[in-house]
Structure formats: structure tokens, C-alpha cells
Design a protein around this ligand. Structure first.
Ligand code: PLP
Length: 399
């Protein structure tokens, strides 16, 4: 599909403001961001699903507030210290969708949470023991989900793994009883079909989504049988932006946890899930040097990230982004960011176009999530109070 620069980045008044920016800068188009948040919320409501957006994409309190204000049921975080930023700001409920074994990390999270609802995940007896011990230390009940591996081959148990019913029974035995207030309460099963990013096209993603749904229903039956509980008592939580956007059916699913949908990126465009008009995050960069083969821009790997697409699944000649010159008479065809060193980007020099030193480019990154994590702030264009900066509050919080 031919990608073009969105209209928002061709408006002369916008260009004038952007030309005054220092570069590199990560630009957010506020209207596009707000529309993406609304669209996903409407999709969830329309399908009777709870939306638990993943904050690892933006790591930004302002955006999490927009998501909760739009109607999200709660937030999903990855690492404990990322979760802390949102909990300390009073935002929640919060699902910590990462298997955490270290008691110090669990203590930090549960201390910051106070009365805020926190849900954790586990995929091993060791994880269950660690969470049960944390619940006991904090004298509270902890809601937990078992992670199911629906094909990514990362964390979780396969639905047919004999360890799954065994783990389900272990968790059930750690439930609070008459003598204790603390313990684990098994509330659901959770999956992330990240392999969808490696699909060839929209139809390929839809197949991954449908297979995820089938495997989750199967896992729920196994766990409910093993623990002698009724099926509806276990929630099914799925989530990745591609599968949520392309799923042919959500029958039987309760919660979705997309993250990337707020920004979208070249990965989503490659899969036919969105058009460039729906991309909210762009990297502004300037041409600072050049040679016969390349224009050299001031955004390198430390800004654009060395990501060949989420889960590293991009084609070999995919490059590191598409770039357009921000100028009223610039061409519509994107330029290719073909190489990155730490602070320099190499843009293939176009044959029929003169791009002068100092020219401002808007780069569409392959994968928006690591770009946000590398930035200290977003330049938010068109925010309700005017163009402003938002901090990337949880950047680099990887513990
Ligand atoms: N849930 C989990 C457990 C994840 O790991 C991720 C992303 O890595 C998501 C949800 C969100 O997926 P996406 O980034 O495709 O929106």
C-alpha cells in the first residue's frame, strides 16, 4: 500500500510551527491520538469487552489519563517500576502483565498500590509461591491470571500442557481460607499473540487472532475442569494491537489489552491495519550532512530504535523508517531510512529531488513503542491547551 504523509503534516500553519522545533523531537498529533483512543474504546464497548490498554507503549501519565477518561477499565503495565509510575499518580486499577518472581519488586508495587486494585500474572509454581508470599506480607488478597502461550513461545503454558491443570490446582490451593485474609484469587487467563507481527498481511493476523481465541477457550475449559469451577468465573484477557484490530470474533473473550494502537506505526501499516493518517507518533529530524548516497539526519538508533518491526519480524530490506520532507513543495513519495548509527540516520538520497541541508523531515518509525521509551518528552501538537510538551514519565523503567 502506498503511504503518504498525513494531511495534518501538510498544513502550512503546522509546518511553520514545526520548522521552529529543535530536532530530533518525537511529535504527537493530539487529534490523531485522541481519535485512536476513542476508536479502540468504541470497539471494546461495541463488543462488550473491557479495555485494559497497555501503557508500555507511551509510558506517559497524560495519555493514561486520556485512556481512563475515555472509559478504559484499567491499565496494563509490563515491568513493576513502570507500574509504580502510574500507581503513584493514583491511576488504576492496574494489571502487571509480566511474570514477577523478585519479592522486592512485588513489595514496591503493593506498597505503592495501597487500596488500588492490582492484578498479577504467573506461569509457574514458583511464580504462584512468590505472589502468595507477597500477598501474605501485605496481608491482602491478590488477584492473579495464569499466562497462556498461544504461539509466541515466550511466557505461559500451552493449553494442552499437563502442567496447566496442575498449576491451576496449585493456585486454587493458595486461595484465602477462613483462617487468613491473604492469598491468591484466580480471576482469569491471559495471552499475548505477539507472533501476529510476523504475519504477512491482515488476513494472516486475523488467523492468529482466531487461533488465540480458540486456544484461550480450550485453556479455560481445562482450568475450570481442574479446579471444579464454572466457565464464566474465569475471565479471558487477550491483547496485541494487530490481533485486536483484525479479530473476526471476540466471542468468549472478556478483556483486551492493546498498547500500540494509541500511536500506530509502520508495523501496523505493513499489516494493512491502519493508514498513515491514523499514525499519531512521528519523529522530527533534520538533514545535517550528506554524501552522494545518503542524506544524513540527526535521528539515529538512540531516537528511532534499531527495531525491524515489533518482535524483530521485519523483512531484511525493510529499513528503519519512512521519511518525508516537511515542505509545501516536497514530494509525496517517502524516502527510506536505510541505516542507523547511534546519532545519525542514513536516508537514501532521492534521484529526482533536491533536499537541502537543514531540511526538516518527519519519520514514520517501524515500531513506536521503543521510540517513546527513548524520548524524554513528546512534542504534542494541537493539545487542548495548545502545542505543549508531555513527559515520558516511565521511560527506561525496565526493572
Ligand atoms: N499484553 C502483553 C502481555 C504484551 O506483551 C503486549 C505487548 O508487547 C501487549 C499486551 C500489547 O500489544 P501491542 O504492543 O501489540 O499493542
Amino acid at each position: 500500500m502506498l503511504q503518504t504523509l498525513p494531511h495534518a503534516l501538510r498544513v502550512p500553519d503546522t509546518l511553520q510551527i514545526l520548522h521552529e522545533c529543535e530536532t530530533p523531537e518525537v511529535l504527537l498529533l493530539h487529534d490523531v491520538l485522541a481519535a485512536n483512543i476513542q476508536a479502540m474504546q468504541q470497539r471494546a464497548v461495541g463488543q462488550g469487552l473491557e479495555l485494559w490498554p497497555h501503557v508500555k507503549t507511551h509510558k506517559c501519565l497524560e495519555i493514561a489519563r486520556m485512556q481512563l477518561h475515555a472509559g478504559a477499565a484499567g491499565l496494563t503495565a509490563s515491568k513493576p517500576d513502570e507500574a509504580l509510575i502510574f500507581l503513584k499518580a493514583g491511576l488504576g486499577p492496574l494489571l502487571l502483565a509480566y511474570p514477577v518472581l523478585d519479592p522486592r519488586k512485588l513489595d514496591r508495587v503493593l506498597k505503592a498500590a495501597g487500596p488500588t486494585r492490582v492484578l498479577c500474572i504467573l506461569d509457574s509454581p514458583e511464580g504462584a509461591a512468590s505472589l502468595a508470599a507477597a500477598a501474605e506480607r501485605h496481608d491482602r488478597e491478590l488477584e492473579v491470571c495464569i499466562k497462556i502461550d498461544v504461539g509466541l513461545g515466550r511466557c505461559g503454558l500451552r493449553p494442552t500442557d499437563p502442567a496447566l491443570p496442575h498449576l491451576a490446582r496449585t493456585v486454587a490451593e493458595l486461595a484465602p481460607d477462613n483462617s487468613s485474609r491473604h492469598g491468591l484469587r484466580l480471576v482469569g487467563l491471559l495471552s499475548h499473540a505477539g507472533q501476529a507481527y510476523g504475519a504477512a498481511d491482515y488476513q494472516g493476523v486475523a488467523l492468529v487472532a482466531e487461533e488465540e481465541r480458540r486456544l484461550m477457550l480450550q485453556a479455560r475449559e481445562t482450568v475450570c475442569q481442574a479446579t471444579q469451577r464454572p466457565l464464566p468465573s474465569l475471565r479471558l484477557s487477550v491483547g496485541s494491537t494487530p490481533t485486536v484490530l483484525a479479530a473476526p470474533s471476540y466471542e468468549g473473550i472478556d478483556d483486551i489489552r492493546p498498547g500500540n494502537y494509541v500511536f500506530l506505526d509502520r508495523g501496523a501499516l505493513r499489516l494493512g491495519l491502519a493508514s498513515s493518517a491514523e499514525v499519531a507518533l512521528w519523529v522530527l529530524a533534520r538533514v545535517v550532512s550528506g554524501n552522494k548516497a545518503h542524506l544524513i539526519i540527526d535521528a539515529g538508533a538512540k531516537t528511532l530504535a534499531l527495531d525491524l518491526g515489533a518482535q524483530g519480524s521485519g523483512d531484511n530490506d525493510f529499513g528503519f523508517g519512512l521519511a518525508w520532507q516537511l515542505s509545501p513543495n516536497a514530494g509525496l513519495e517517502p524516502l527510506q531510512v536505510v541505516r542507523l548509527s547511534e546519532e545519525h540516520g542514513f536516508v537514501a538520497r532521492p534521484a529526482h529531488m533536491d533536499v537541502p541541508l537543514g531540511a526538516l523531515l518527519a519519520v514514520l518509525p517501524n515500531h513506536a513503542c521503543p521510540v517513546a521509551n527513548l524520548a524524554e518528552r513528546f512534542l504534542v501538537f494541537g493539545a487542548p491547551d495548545g502545542t505543549t510538551f508531555w513527559s515520558v514519565d516511565a521511560r527506561a523503567k525496565v526493572r
